[in-house]
Ligand binder design. Sequence first.
Ligand code: ACO
Length: 383
Amino acid sequence: MMEEAATVSKGLEDVYIKTTKLTTIDGNKGILRYRGYDINDISEHGTFEEVIHLMVYGELPNKEQLKALRDSLKSHYALDKGIMEVISKLPKDGEPLGMLEVAFSMLAMKEKNYKWEPKADREKAIDIIAKAVTIIANIYRVKEGLPVKEPVIKEGYAETFMATCFDKPVSKEVISSMDKALILYTDHEVPASTTASLVVASTLSDMASSVVAGIAALKGPLHGGAAETAFKQFEDIGSVENVEQWFKHNVIENNAKLMGFGHRVYKTMDPRAKIFKRYAEMFAKDNPKVDKYFQIAKKLEELGVQKFGNKGIYPNTDFYSGIVYYAMGFPTYMPTPLFALSRTTGWLSHIMEYVEEQQRIIRPRAIYVGIQERKYVPIDQRH
Ligand code: ACO
């Protein structure tokens, strides 16, 4: 029997499921910090490998530690032949997040009765973080009709990813922007995907299976899928002259949600959105196609903030990121896989923190509101 006083917190709003030393968000001030480092500071001065080290091992690396981490990543980028073969056989028109689930599930296939232990967990995390590069780059290649490719191992994580995706050289500016985007999406406390990973890890399942759960949750348009839908929104609008009419018809008259707007925690502009906006502006300067989308987005931001700002609804990280990925040469289906590439580090850091320090199976309750008790009726006596 349910306690009389029990209530449901819809969407688990304001429910705290763990303590963390990883990420802090001040939703009213628009502040995000990784282990105390402000997102503006770390994304401007750091590299993604430094952020991996910070999240996985607890501190920014010194030079030797950074070299050791890069060497370790290099030794783990390659996938087993069997996994490469399965990826090569995935359908070109497959939905990319579903394809990611298949590929990461193959990493999970090797795990049975995984023994959680801090040192081994970190080695496993680096292995999965490295393999994410080769999986996601090759899913991009399959979707583009290109043959699968062994990882093209470079010094940096972003550079290795770009060199594996593309067969032509990629500019330093684009590699650096990819590195920044990876930093911006690394972690965000316990959104839906991280919570999904935590639920799986809390059962003492393995790390790869927990990542698969994160990917599945990321797929939804209310979470990781929003960057793609936000960008499609700009494509749908088509030109800056159409923004007002589109907004009036869709948002005012038909109550459509603005994609890339709103957040459970931020009640002001997401600090990552401000940074992505600057990158989008930088790319827009030299590229009229990017500029077209940037102008549309800026106008839509203005109208959205006018209409929803008083409710605390502002652009989130996904509003401008799709434009940045488009400017880098990625097709419109790639923002969510790229989100997963980065967030794999966040998911793994959270599950290690949880299982190693706070483990308890996550098993909430539901309040039963159905018929209390009745007798089984044989099928020929039912209406
Ligand atoms: N456009 C218009 N109205 C919105 C939007 C939006 N994008 N977001 C929220 N609202 C309104 C709701 O209609 C609701 O209004 P009401 O109180 O009058 O009914 C109110 O704001 C509260 O909205 P909820 O959906 O209850 O807020 P919640 O915290 O549950 O949802 C979410 C947060 C899912 C992010 C929501 O803002 C949304 O759907 N945004 C669009 C999708 C999106 O951009 N997702 C990416 C989030 S960031 C990330 O995951 C990386």
